[in-house]
Design a protein around this ligand. Structure first.
Ligand code: ADP
Ligand code: MG
Length: 769
């Protein structure tokens, strides 16, 4: 059995290869052609690990222009195996050149075409007897026979049935949709090679919609597997194949890697690897090809990863060319702050703080991601980075994705710093205009040394006098553009240092490949005295018992979060559920204070409830996912999540991270509605088994695949077409080492240039934030 993860990743690969737009087009085509849910069928197809686009290929053919190129294309169709006729309402064709269709797939240069590698192969190298094919049954076979009869029947619907026979038996080819010309093409006496899945129907053996080819007796069979390429609308396989073959005749095949390196790494040569992948010889290890573990694939993956690593290193060099104000002073404020802290930094906090301090001293901008599991204590590290900026005479800004979180940071950090004489300003979208202007003025005059807020901070109107450091909490919740804007608010044309924080741990290989040019610091230790959270998965119909438990916990002096189900389709419904849950719980627990917080409340109302909860005036807090990030109430030690099956893994982990912050033993109860689907089951099991954010992230990656894991806006363009971060992590390491060596060897320069030119062709579309 394959891991579900690999399905997800393969799925991503397909979509990457095709491009989303194309995928959608295909989906709709299939939908339009066959009815039913195209998505379901694609999904099933992925699950079976084959991608039966070919079955639907012909639907792409009918909107072709009547140009010279297209005539050629139709010839191709006739001479090859295309057998499916147009869908009923063939749209009038628009003249779109093959070039522009190729360009839509991102295939512009000859090298683009040469590096457009097959997603799978078909074996047409063998023809077997009809009798043998019948015995095999159920499988895809290729047979050859003479048409003995060609009839059109109308029951149950119009279809063409072509009978063929060889010396050993006979077979029916059934076509539900067909052109008139096909009837003539498949006239009695014609020799035809048909390939498809053989079934034993009521009237005997048959193939439904086989691919076929009219041949002469003794026509040679292909000697290599037939590649099937990712394609798009109006671009047939034969056309693609020809374009690729033509390009292969024109490109410069010079290996970009020096022979010594190829030998040392035991890599395939570039040209033989590419040629093998386009035209695999009959005796090739098909399994290794399909699995992409064949050395030819390894070479492609290595080259791709190397190009990526080289490009990342270059982005890093470019960043270092930019100026930033060195924030060198770790002075009196920092010292006072540290002395006033009610706890000592953990070893991990002290270590990452040193890393950050060293970066801040540089005259070029820091770009560091601070990763640490929920509750690992990132805030205090961020605050210490800010004191260094302030000690050095600069301003710092801290941006958080939600008002609740920003406000919490504001209260906490202002509470720490204001007694030390630091002016902290507060800026969010919900402020009254007057207050907003006042906060902006404080930033602009430089009077506020620290400005904390939401994305209101990045609005055009907000200027800073001397912005030296930007801190972004839960950075994955911000778009690339938002982070960039804040970066452009530096003083005197200088770029501020940037510290990004995330509690969504990103596995190392992902961090290395998806985040351009980012140093990573990890807090891998929780503050002392935490007891691990115990997680239970409980059927929804035992809700009453759970309520009793909540009651008992509250009487015990503990506080409880009750998280309402996520209702993605409707925010209104989600709100309603939250309100109802609040009412039910309040009624069931008359001796307790039950509070409610949700996303639609005014910030002041939210804050009031949160304050009451923090002060333990509210025992049970009913909440929507607004509490997902950053809320810090150490006395809360029981969390109930309703319909936990609807949440994603990282979301569940974030939510659960709201408890287990104090010294009391914490419990998380995941209520689910049965029956559970396999993915939800897996997620809940993961939650029960581990509280380690990295392990959870790893499994999440396995279940979802990296593209979705990071979100499109996070990963920018999905950069890797061939390498698979899950299985090819070892290659990432090697590529990085080689990139490093090449860049530090003067003789490596031409290699770097040639390699980047081949693989990126000047398109270094990398994330530079
Ligand atoms: P996160 O990394 O999730 O943002 P926080 O910064 O909110 O975590 O810290 C979680 C809690 O741990 C806070 O109450 C914080 O004051 C506390 N904390 C942070 N560092 C330490 C430490 N070294 N020792 C004890 N408690 C700490
Ligand atoms: Mg935090």
């Amino acid at each position: 059995m394959q891991q579900p993860g690999s399905t997800a990743i393969r799925q991503r690969k397909l979509s990457d290869a095709l491009g989303w737009q194309v995928k959608i087009e295909i989906g709709e085509r299939i939908h339009g052609c066959n009815g039913g849910s195209a998505h379901d069928r694609l999904q099933q197809a992925h699950d079976r690990r084959t991608i039966p686009l070919k079955k639907h290929w012909a639907t792409f053919y009918f909107t072709l222009p009547r140009s010279h190129r297209v005539k050629k294309h139709h010839e191709n169709m006739a001479e090859t195996k295309q057998s499916k006729p147009p869908a009923k309402k063939a749209a009038p064709s628009k003249a779109v050149s093959t070039e522009s269709k190729l360009a839509r797939l991102g295939l512009r240069t000859d090298m683009d075409l040469v590096l457009h590698l097959p997603m799978r192969y078909e074996d047409e190298t063998e023809v077997i007897d009809i009798r043998a094919a019948c015995l095999r049954g159920g499988q895809t076979s290729q047979v050859e026979g003479i048409v003995t009869k060609n009839e059109i029947t109308y029951k149950p619907r119009k279809q063409m049935i072509v009978h063929i026979a060889d010396d050993t038996g006979e077979l029916m080819l059934r076509f539900m949709n067909f052109y008139g010309s096909q009837t003539r093409q498949l006239a009695e006496g014609t020799r035809v090679r048909a390939r498809g899945e053989l079934k034993h129907g009521f009237f005997g053996a048959e193939m439904v919609h086989p691919s076929y080819k009219i041949v002469n007796e003794g026509a040679p069979l292909p000697t290599s597997l037939t590649p099937v390429y990712p394609s798009g609308e109006g671009l047939s396989q034969p056309v693609l194949r020809r374009a690729i073959a033509d390009a292969m005749g024109r490109v410069d095949w010079t290996d970009t890697l020096p022979p010594r390196l190829i030998e040392k790494m035991q890599l395939h040569g570039f040209e033989p690897a590419v040629r093998l992948l386009h035209n695999p010889p009959q005796q090739v290890d098909e399994h290794a090809l399909a699995e992409r573990s064949h050395p030819a694939w390894t070479r492609m993956k290595f080259d791709e990863l190397l190009a990526q690593q080289l490009s990342l290193k270059r982005a890093q060099d470019a960043r270092r060319q930019k100026g930033a104000a060195p924030l060198a002073a770790v002075g009196s404020l920092t010292a006072a702050f540290q002395a006033a802290l009610p706890f000592r930094l953990t070893g991990a906090q002290a270590r990452v703080l040193e890393e950050i301090r060293a970066d801040l001293r540089q005259p070029y901008p820091m770009q560091r991601l601070l990763q640490g599991d929920v509750g690992s204590g990132k805030t205090v590290v961020a605050a210490l980075a800010a004191t260094q900026a302030i000690d050095s005479g600069f301003q710092a800004a801290l941006m958080a994705p939600t008002e609740i979180l920003a406000e919490q940071h504001f209260r906490k950090i202002a509470g720490w710093m204001e007694p030390l004489g630091v002016k902290v300003a507060w800026l969010t979208g919900s402020l009254k205009k007057k207050d907003k202007m006042a906060a902006s003025a404080l930033a602009e005059s430089g009077e506020a040394q620290l400005v904390i807020g939401t994305h209101a901070l990045i609005q055009e109107t907000v200027q800073f006098a001397r912005l030296g450091l930007v801190i972004v909490d839960e950075q994955h919740r911000f778009g690339v553009g938002q982070r960039l804007t804040l970066r452009n608010k530096g003083a005197d044309g200088l770029v501020p240092h940037q510290l990004m924080m995330s509690a969504t741990p990103i596995p190392r290989t992902l961090a290395m490949t998806y985040y351009a040019d980012l140093e990573v610091s990890v807090i891998d230790e929780l503050p002392p005295g935490r007891t691990p959270i115990v997680t239970r998965v409980i059927d929804q119909n035992r809700r009453d018992e759970v309520i009793e438990r909540v009651h008992a916990a509250a009487l015990d002096g503990r506080q409880v979060y009750w998280v309402c189900p996520l209702i993605e389709e409707s925010e209104a419904l989600q709100l309603q559920t939250a309100t109802e849950t609040h009412e039910t719980l309040a009624a069931a627990l008359p001796d307790l204070q039950v509070g409610l917080v949700h996303g639609r409340m005014k910030p002041a109302e939210k804050q009031e409830v949160m304050d009451a909860f923090t002060a333990a005036r509210v025992h049970v807090l009913v909440a929507t996912t607004v509490i997902e990030v950053g809320v810090d109430v150490p006395n809360a030690s029981l969390m109930v999540i309703e319909h936990a099956e609807r949440f994603g893994l990282s979301q569940l982990h974030q939510l659960r991270g709201r408890v287990g912050r104090g010294s009391a033993a914490s419990v998380c109860l995941l209520l689910y509605q049965s029956p559970l689907g396999p993915v939800a089951k897996q997620r809940l099991a993961t939650m029960r088994e581990t509280t380690d954010g990295f392990e959870i992230a790893r499994r999440d990656l396995e279940i979802r695949g990296p593209g979705e894991f990071l979100g499109a806006r996070q990963s920018g363009q999905a950069m890797l077409r061939f390498a698979d971060l899950e299985t090819d992590g070892w290659l990432v390491d090697q590529a990085r080492d080689v990139a490093h060596a090449l860049l530090h060897d003067p003789a490596g320069q031409p290699v770097v240039e040639a390699h980047l030119e081949r693989w990126l062709g000047g398109r270094e579309e990398f994330l530079k934030v």
